[in-house]
Ligand binder design. Sequence first.
Ligand SMILES: [Zn+2]
Length: 84
Amino acid sequence: MVYPRRCPSCGRDEPSPEQLYSTRAASDGGTPSPWRPEQPGRILDLRCGACWALFRWDYFGSRMLEMIKEGDPDSISEAVRSDE
Ligand SMILES: [Zn+2]
């Protein structure tokens, strides 16, 4: 529900972020859910489908915690060109 509006690496703005990002890992931690403050929040490792950046996301806090691997939009655009 609270995915990044824009990719922190390539800045791509996607109207349906759940289609842009894939969840590589999930663990407890970060900001607790507003309706269950006694339980731990959720930390997701998200991969951007546009630039392949991998970053750690505080789901309920709606903020990036750590850039695990920067994306590379240039290599992706080359791949797109070779597909044509
Ligand atoms: Zn990206």
